[in-house]
Design a protein around this ligand. Structure first.
Ligand code: 48F
Length: 254
């Protein structure tokens, strides 16, 4: 068989255009491909929902790749070890209750699980705004290619429709800020000091619907709540992603 460059190009364009067109309408749009967002997307997809994860960077994984200060290891506490096991991520117990995993394996297996469950990933796309109409709910996202945003080009975006949005954009809580800036009844208190025990123990409670149709998880949940940060312990990210998936699934079923 002789390889034809134009066929290769046509294969990429045709299949991705078809997927993008199909995902103009979905159940849940998860914004941010860090550990909480991937966990949330994977569990929602396992639950049979049509899920798209939008990540503005080239790679999925957010702040998990780098472990702690570029040592590619993460620590997960006892309470979240079952999620490492659920996703087949190997770990060793360093001291009682402190489970260490390799960050590259953790990102890869979370991502693989989400793909296997049927979540679609849209990398290199940035969410630049939300859609809120007469019912006062977030019902869609305004998206554009990240390079357009990075280059500051004046190119109009496209829009997708969804039944729920999960803000998993990390420390910046980008989507929540977009909503708050429009004058919505949503206050972003901003992230607090480093305090792992406190931050990890409260993040699941901070994982909630902060505006009709908009849920927060991961560091975005702590940033909205004015809660502390925790550094390279990742159990709270996995548990928060799990909590967001459960809340969204319950809301969409009701
Ligand atoms: O920051 P990030 O990894 O979020 P997370 O899931 O996890 C936080 C931890 O990595 C770590 C920590 C744990 O101890 O404190 O920091 O809360 O991933 C957030 C992702 O969202 C993307 C961003 O590129 C990153 O990969 N993102 C942010 N804004 C947008 C976005 C946007 N407007 N559109 C698309 N993606």
């Amino acid at each position: 068989m002789e390889l034809d460059e134009v066929t290769i190009s046509r294969a990429i364009l045709a299949t991705q255009m078809e997927t993008m067109t199909e995902y103009l309408e979905l159940d849940v749009a998860v914004v941010g491909g860090g550990p909480s967002g991937i966990t949330c997307a994977a569990l929602l997809a396992e639950n049979g929902l049509k899920v798209g994860l939008i990540e503005k960077k080239l790679s999925i994984g957010g702040g998990m790749w780098g472990g702690g200060m570029m040592f590619p290891r993460i620590v997960v506490q006892d309470g979240a070890k079952r999620l490492l096991d659920h996703f087949g991520i190997a770990s060793t117990e360093f001291e009682p209750g402190y489970h260490v995993a390799k960050s590259v394996e953790a990102v890869s297996k979370l991502t693989a699980a989400a793909c296997t469950a049927g979540a679609e990933f849209f990398n290199l796309i940035a969410v630049e705004d939300v859609v809120v109409k007469g019912d006062g709910r977030v019902s869609g996202l305004v998206v554009n290619w990240s390079p357009v945003e990075m280059a500051g080009l004046h190119v109009d975006p496209l829009t997708i429709r969804c039944r729920a949005v999960v803000d998993a954009t990390g420390h910046d809580a980008t989507i929540s800020h977009m909503v708050a800036r429009k004058g919505a009844d949503l206050t972003i208190k901003g992230e607090g000091y480093m305090w792992a025990e406190r931050a990890e123990s409260r993040i699941v409670d901070h994982t909630r619907e902060v505006f009709p149709g908009l849920w927060v998880c991961g560091m975005a949940a702590n940033a909205v709540a004015g809660e502390c940060r925790m550094g390279p312990i990742f159990g709270g990210m996995l548990l928060s992603g799990e909590r967001a998936a459960a809340l969204v699934a319950a809301a969409l079923r009701s």
